[in-house]
Design a protein. Structure first.
Length: 129
């Protein structure tokens, strides 16, 4: 329980830092995230609905299929996807065969695609100290 909370806070801080540095978005303001999600295309909203229905792996697979390393907006959407997923409680994730560690791994994977993998690894190590 404590370890999962710790990982959740790490993920939150890494995503918050990336969104602030790259897109000037402050995720401490929940309403900003909601606006960003509402601005995305309908297919992205479908991914969030899949998460809510417990089809997390399916949603993540669809996210990966849509990634285009030349479209930085896709990276922003992926960050918000993982922020949304990170807000789910441990019981929900566990019930649907997912974990906070998998969120961190997905975040690292997506960041590698967009060239920010070393930054994410550095943020995880700095924040965890």
């Amino acid at each position: 329980m404590f370890e999962e909370d710790y990982i959740m806070r790490l993920i939150h801080q890494v995503i918050r830092t990336l969104l602030k540095l790259l897109f000037n978005i402050d995720t401490e303001k929940k309403e900003e995230l909601i606006i960003i999600v509402n601005e995305t295309e309908e297919k992205y909203d479908e991914l969030l609905n899949l998460i809510d229905q417990g089809q997390i792996n399916e949603a993540e697979n669809q996210l990966f299929e849509k990634l285009n390393s030349k479209d930085i907006q896709q990276y922003k959407r992926a960050l918000i996807f993982y922020a949304y997923l990170n807000d789910k409680d441990d019981d929900f994730l566990s019930d649907h065969d997912y974990s906070k560690r998998e969120i961190a791994e997905g975040l690292k994977y997506v960041s590698e695609i967009y060239g920010y993998g070393s930054m994410v690894n550095a943020l995880f190590s700095i924040i965890s100290e």
